[in-house]
Design a protein around this ligand. Structure first.
Ligand SMILES: [Zn+2]
Ligand SMILES: [Zn+2]
Length: 167
């Protein structure tokens, strides 16, 4: 069995690869349009009167807003792809994170998302890491130490609970 089959830890680098290239392309295109066209246009037409925010403050706020929107686009593509590998409803979650305001959709997603599905070592069906048996073929997905019956993880050479050698 693949020792990493039930490894549910992911690094930020791995997570960034989940976002499809088109997601980065859309966010990049937005940044170019925003900083090359929209922002100069706003700054050129803005003539703050005394008492209104000065031009430099408007520029900082616009930079922040532009960057946040780019991040938002990347996150939408992330949720869309991530929901797929977790056997969740991609369309539903993508719409929820777009339309629920104040990033509450994203918070809900990260609280409620399922563990990443893995292939069953026998039949290849997608199984969640918390499954004990494959729902498609009945293969046992966890192994127990023959000496103490504790659950042992794939790849262990010896039981972590009683020291028995595992083959
Ligand atoms: Zn199976
Ligand atoms: Zn044991």
């Amino acid at each position: 069995m693949n020792p990493r089959a039930y490894d549910t830890k992911t690094t930020l680098k791995q997570e960034l690869k989940v976002v499809p290239a088109v997601g980065y392309a859309v966010a990049g295109a937005w940044l170019v349009v925003f900083f090359a066209v929209v922002m100069p246009l706003i700054l050129r037409t803005a003539h703050p009167k005394p008492g209104e925010p000065p031009l430099w403050l408007i520029a900082i706020l616009l930079t922040f807003a532009g960057a946040v929107l780019a991040l938002w686009v990347v996150m939408i593509f992330y949720v869309n792809a991530d929901a797929g590998r977790r056997q969740m409803n991609r369309t539903l979650w993508t719409l929820l994170v777009i339309f629920i305001p104040n990033a509450i959709g994203f918070i809900l997603y990260f609280v409620l998302r399922h563990p990443i599905a893995r292939p069953c070592p026998k039949c290849g069906a997608s199984v969640r890491p918390d499954f004990v048996f494959c729902p498609a073929c009945g293969e046992s997905l966890t192994s127990a130490c023959p000496a103490c019956r504790h659950t042992v993880e794939p790849g262990w050479a010896a039981c972590a609970f009683c020291g028995a050698k595992l083959s």
